[in-house]
Design a protein around this ligand. Sequence first.
Ligand code: DLL
Length: 437
Amino acid sequence: MTSMFFQKDIETMPREDIERLQLERLRHIVKYCMDNVPFYNKRLTDAGVCADKIKTLSDIQYIPYTTKADMRDTYPFGLFAVPMNKITRIHASSGTTGKPTVVGYTANDLDTWSDCMARLVTAVGANSDTIVQIAFGYGLFTGALGLHYGLEKIGAAVVPSSSGNTEKQIMLMQDFKTNALVSTPSYAQYIGEKAREMGVIDKLHLRLGLFGSEGCTPEMRSQIEHTLNIFVTDNYGMSELMGPGVSGECIERDGMHINEDHFYPEIIDPVSGQVLPRGSEGELVVTTLTKEGIPLLRYRTKDITQINYEKCRCGRTFARMAKPRGRSDDMLKIRGVNVFPSQIESVLMTFDQIAPHYQLVLTREDFSDRLEIKVELSDGSSDILDNFPALEQLHKDIRHGMKTVLGIDTKITIVGNKTLERFQGKAQRIVDLRNKK
Ligand code: DLL
């Protein structure tokens, strides 16, 4: 078997060496942020922290957290640490206000990114014999290009087929003898379903599924493995931190190895913000140790997970995070697209005929996520229920507004005034039926 390591010396470093390197890099990145990002200069100065005050890794606790709101407030380039002539790529992901979260990469950042990805894909057996179809959407989303360059780096034959166009996707898979698939688990499930329908499921050569970007239950994973006859592995990341490449499973599939030489993870209590002892479950907070374009100190991911620091059976010493159990905020991932209830609310608020009460019902039909938005007519607009053309027009306008802001198609159901549930405390507007069958 060919080597299952891309950078073995780094990936199997003794823990003391990892921690020594992390401390050195942490001190460096704090100074780098102080010197190059006015936002951090102020934050750190206000908190009385500077690189010299960081003597041990646990001194990181004196650095304030960075949040998505900080990204939003500094939109688009306010957290960049280099001038634009040093930026070689920009990616973005959708955010709460409709404005995306923007990240910039220097040439070195792109190299690091492909190394991180190359490690993770090598860890699950991809190599230069791999013919891989990348069925993540190419574009501002980090998924496709992240995997793309990592896989190219190890010499795999990369087919940038992008998402959608499923029948053609399947035709190419047969003709090219594609043996690996990069996609979200839900899209893989759909591909399996479609290939079966087309009667070609036995003609596929797939062996490996490199998935990520959304959660996947063990049941769904084994169903996909069974349908497509593949070995499925999981990748975790987020645009703000880099994209995919932050962590991923090895062949043991016993947690996702964090690229700890580039990312320093902590687990905190999402409510109190207290750092939790090793092994606890809580919100993942990540400090980027080497990023030049947009370094982030103690970024709150909102993902709930836990970290195992024991050496893995594969020989890697990098800590392993559990699959995120969920998010501490309310962001929804629908067909790979980030949707925030506040975005929906902002659209509904533009319609006089609609009351500020709504319910979001998520279902999975034909292996694809569906979002139904139930909206209520405002007091005084009930007449519209008897005026079919007006009702139809309102329905069409809301759906169009949602499509423009969310980027996905939704089902709109208009109900009469005061028929949706009201809440005394925190509203529970989301009914997620996706994994209930
Ligand atoms: O989804 C980056 C990525 C692309 C990772 C391709 C892996 C593969 P964002 O669009 O910024 O970035 O979304 C980040 O997605 O905070 C998690 O809540 C969720 N997420 C990402 N990977 C996983 C995973 C990319 N493997 C947000 N399991 C994160 C569960 C995941 N959730």
